[in-house]
Design a protein around this ligand. Structure first.
Ligand code: JD8
Length: 385
């Protein structure tokens, strides 16, 4: 893999010499080249910035030096151009794995208030462009992100890690955080190493590590935990008439909180008869989740014009916060009929937790459709329907 980095602070990338990337270079696995943008600024002061059109604080990086930089670098051959920017796609291990498949990456590190947008638009006409953010905080430039992304990517380049096996075990590889690790001495400052790790029982050690990883992830990053991990044996399947009774009970249990959050609002799910429930499980597309021999979740949807109307998304209150709701939503969205253009649902105006979950899933508020009831929608992505 070849990595080019364009910056006005070349020394900022010096760590690439030292770290992992340094070893990869020795192995000839990657070739890192750092370029000073100013070599493509031809005035006496080698100016790379100017005042922003439309006014405002700070300076903006001029397009001309960047244009010439890409003319020169892309003349050497195709590349994936990565603009590191706070408005970019969040960088994750999944993005790292994707970038590691490329032959060549060219990082464009901005400074000041950023790079003239026309540079990004122009390069996108002649190369794959990725705008990537290191995280939701503001840095002074793109170099730190280029450093971090380069390290996360090059270590995935085949042949780089001595034993590829260790890659599999890593954080975020299977969506879970690391399990705690220990080394000699077995006792330190009256603190012992967990017995199981000294047992030599590899099955027990693997189980302990897995359990530790799930616990840690659930505590620290519940957003990362797929339901299938937390609810060991959860099964999601289409509803059958025999589910009606359990579903009726679960619905009553799940909408109590909705009533609490929306005092004075009539909550249909709490006034529905069993026969009315039987009617819609026979009419609509309905998925149920079962775990440990009990019905623990459900969701329904029906087509109204071009709108896939999602509703009755419910998770047993004692299992809330484990990602089952998100998984059920993804599964019912995946059943959207051809031709539908929008996912839609409604919830209580006072049901802020529900609204947060739906916003995380890409839904946006579309206003009140009845007193105390809000509608939220999300476009059906092309190629989905
Ligand atoms: C590139 C200029 C500074 C940003 C005005 C402060 C990435 N996760 C991230 N946070 N910040 C950056 C980043 C910041 C940059 C540039 C990346 C170029 N700045 C600007 C906008 C507000 N100053 C980043 N990746």
């Amino acid at each position: 893999m070849q990595v080019d980095v364009v910056t006005i602070f070349p020394d900022y990338l010096a760590p690439l010499e030292l770290s992992l990337a340094g070893k990869a270079r020795e192995k000839g696995l990657i070739d890192v080249r750092v370029h000073d943008l100013r070599q493509w600024a031809h005035d006496r002061h080698r100016t790379v910035d100017d005042t922003p059109y439309g006014g405002g604080a700070g300076m903006v990086m001029k397009p001309e030096p960047w244009g010439e930089a890409f003319d020169a670098l892309l003349a050497d051959g195709p590349a994936t151009v990565v603009f590191t920017t706070p408005s970019g796609q969040p960088f994750t291990q999944t993005v790292a794995r994707d970038l590691a498949t490329r032959e060549r990456l060219v990082f464009a590190c901005g400074r000041y208030e950023g790079i003239d947008q026309r540079v990004v638009d122009e390069v996108a006409t002649r190369a794959e462009v990725r705008e990537i953010s290191l995280g939701d905080y503001v840095l002074n430039g793109g170099e730190v992100a280029a450093l971090a992304i380069t390290e996360a990517v090059v270590r995935l380049v085949p042949g780089f890690m001595g034993n590829a096996a260790s890659l599999e075990e890593e954080s975020h590889e299977d969506g879970l955080l690391e399990y705690p690790v220990y080394t000699k001495p077995a006792a330190w400052r009256d603190r012992a190493v967990p017995e199981v790790l000294l047992s030599g029982d590899h099955g027990a050690i693997a189980a302990w590590r897995r359990d530790q990883a799930v616990r840690r992830t659930a505590e620290r990053r519940p957003d990362l935990v797929p339901a299938s991990v937390l609810l060991d044996d959860v099964e999601i399947r289409p509803v059958v008439p025999a589910d009606a009774g359990e579903l009726y009970v679960l619905q009553r249990a799940c909408w109590v909180q909705e009533q609490h959050d929306n005092p004075g609002v009539r909550v249909p799910a709490l006034h529905e008869s069993l026969d009315e429930l039987r009617a819609w499980i026979a009419r609509d597309t309905v998925l149920v989740a079962r775990s440990g021999g009990r019905l623990v979740g459900a969701v329904r949807a029906s087509l109204d014009g071009e709108s896939w109307e999602v509703g009755r998304l419910m998770v047993a209150p004692d299992l809330a916060g484990r990602g089952l709701g998100r998984t059920l939503l993804e599964r019912i969205e995946a059943l959207v009929p051809t031709g539908a253009t929008t996912y839609a649902l409604f919830t209580g105006a006072g049901s802020l937790r529900n609204q947060r979950i739906y916003k995380k899933a890409g839904y946006r508020l579309r206003g009140e459709i009845a007193p105390g009831v809000v509608r939220m929608t999300k476009p059906v992505r092309i190629g989905r329907a």
